[in-house]
Design a protein around this ligand. Sequence first.
Ligand SMILES: *Cc1c(COP(=O)(O)O)cnc(C)c1O
Length: 345
Amino acid sequence: MALKDLDWANLGFSYIKTDYRFIAHWKDGKWDDAQLTTDNTLHIHEGSTALHYGQQCFEGLKAYRCKDGSINLFRPEENAKRMQGTARRLLMAEVPTELFVRACKEVVKANQDWLGPYGSGATLYLRPFLIGVGENIGVKAAPEYIFSVFCCPVGAYFKGGLAPSSFITTDYDRAAPMGTGGVKVGGNYAASLLPHELATEQGTATRKFADAIYLDPKTHTKIEEVGAANFFGITKDNKFITPASDSILPSITKYSLLHIAKERLGMETIEGDVYIDQLDQFAEAGACGTAAVITPVGGIQHKDNFHVFYSETEVGPVTKRLYAELTGIQFGDVEAPEGWIVKVE
Ligand SMILES: *Cc1c(COP(=O)(O)O)cnc(C)c1O
């Protein structure tokens, strides 16, 4: 085994074909034996519900290379559970946790030459997905399902270290109350493409907006999501606050940060309302998700007001500590809470 010859430190986030992907088929009430394949295309029925009625969902997680060369998966059972919740909401066949974690492990193991060396910042991004397939035309649950996991080498999100981004609120909603905002379905992303584009277009030469901030779909007064990431703020009296709402996607990174803030940084943590007109309470703010772990939020444009948190160019001390602790756990340098790390062997 020899690592692929990639420029690990400068990898971005784009599709790179790796050698193997895992694929399983569900039919007549059960999953088949499943296997690794080198084929990165799917051949599915033209009437597949995934193509017409959005009966599909996905997950995202990473594999990390440790100092001793071993490989960590970070909380894959949580992704498995979340995909099961999504499957229930869309009336899809559920992927058992055991099958999900096995798929992740097998894909990483088979493609381990694509996972860069410790210290390069490169990771292997895993993309599990579940789609409704098989002969169909009417609006109903599919007769068959495909569950697959593929992976791509990706670079450190922040090449030169953590750096803040600014965001702008949008009038669009990414999800409805009691809709599908709380589950990881592709339709939420389709709905976010236009607001994302409009947000980036509203930037100026001196102030760029990385993405749109979605407010709560009922009242448009509270922060829900920062693009496709959850929001958190550190109050001036050092509390970690993150919005609570059924239309927010429950980010595993967010729940990990809640745990770290409370148990390791000794902070009070609150899941509650974050009103867009009460941002003054925060000393720092961030967006969190698997891709970037934490994106420090420099400022938020809402109507005519641009609110700066810690700084538009510098990263606050609590954000730095949270980031260091969580990435330390993921790369195996810091002791992990029980069950957070699954070794690929
Ligand atoms: C996937 C996702 C997140 C981040 O979840 P993680 O488990 O932390 O990666 C946040 N918001 C949305 C809308 C998402 O789809």
